[in-house]
Design a protein around this ligand. Sequence first.
Ligand SMILES: *Cc1c(COP(=O)(O)O)cnc(C)c1O
Length: 373
Amino acid sequence: MPFQSFNPPRRILMGPGPSDVYPQVLAAQARPTIGHLDPLFVGMMDELKALLQYAFQTTNPMTLALSAPGSAGMEACFVNLVEPGEKVIVCRNGVFGARMLENVKRIGAEAVVVDSPWGRAVEPGKVQEAIKAHPDAKVLAFVHAETSTGALTDAAALCAMAEEAGLLTIVDAVTSLGGVPVKVDEWGIDAIYSGSQKCLSCVPGLSPVSFGPRAVEKLKSRKSPVQSWFLDQSLVMGYWQGDGKRSYHHTAPVNALYGLHEALLQLHHEGLEASWARHWAMHERLAEGLEAIGLEFVVPKEERLPQLNTIHIPAGVDDGAVRAALLNDYNLEIGAGLGDLAGKAWRIGLMGYGARRENIALCLAALKDVLGR
Ligand SMILES: *Cc1c(COP(=O)(O)O)cnc(C)c1O
């Protein structure tokens, strides 16, 4: 028999995601599969929704996990809130802002692009100018934590500008959720999406999303139907709503949701503030060690994302050979550069359960050894 069970080694995941998964999450996913309309499962989903509301810091009833990865959460926000012909201001300072732009184009909407340099936060002044120059725009979209570069954008400031001008906001919080403050209600975010595999330290494949009252209103007053049946939130919500009203939409990924429930439970046990503080403390520890071995950050200090550390590859160093040695000799994965930074930078993730002292010690020692060869 040439085929065998697949038994992956235990790697330490310090790249841009997936991050190290909590052992409790892997254990939860191995529990018995039950029917997705089983009352016990429905009860678990209600609790999962409350845990997501905690993570997002919102009371939005339309808060749920899509049965698809973060990119589907992005697409869900765009296809539900943007209609063909409408104008959308899209901020682009890395790969994921560019992906947002692609969504806007495919809807047949008109994009106004606000470019900021790679490795920097979105510039609020430029956004304000675009809002003034395009009073007919309907939506402002931006990436809170740009994983391709490691830059953190001031989401509260951009949302305040959008609210003042009557624009809806679409915010990418795939990497920010759980790692840095994300305050949906306080900041007035209208639509937000995240991913299970970054700072939530669950397995990949689920996308937490939340839609606020203005987004729900827009959804209800659309002139055209949402072009995606699967991502149409007015249909999905019928499935997530409690009160015995649950009806079949698609078969929920039952065991994957056990895992997300467990991951959010871990976050709740630790507490959001404690988790944010831990990510900062671990970032400072890693940064100190990296700088001590002569490695330099791409992003200026005040715009850095603690959970994603992008550093310049030193001159003359073979990018692929270093990452291969880390993986083969240390079971350690770090991320390659993406887009404009391909071949020029490494991305070291400190996400969720992965943001621990022992991982940092191993990463620094391994880098020192491999770079010294
Ligand atoms: C990872 C990531 C995504 C895409 O998530 P997938 O689960 O890979 O589809 C989107 N935006 C940002 C900022 C990300 O880091």
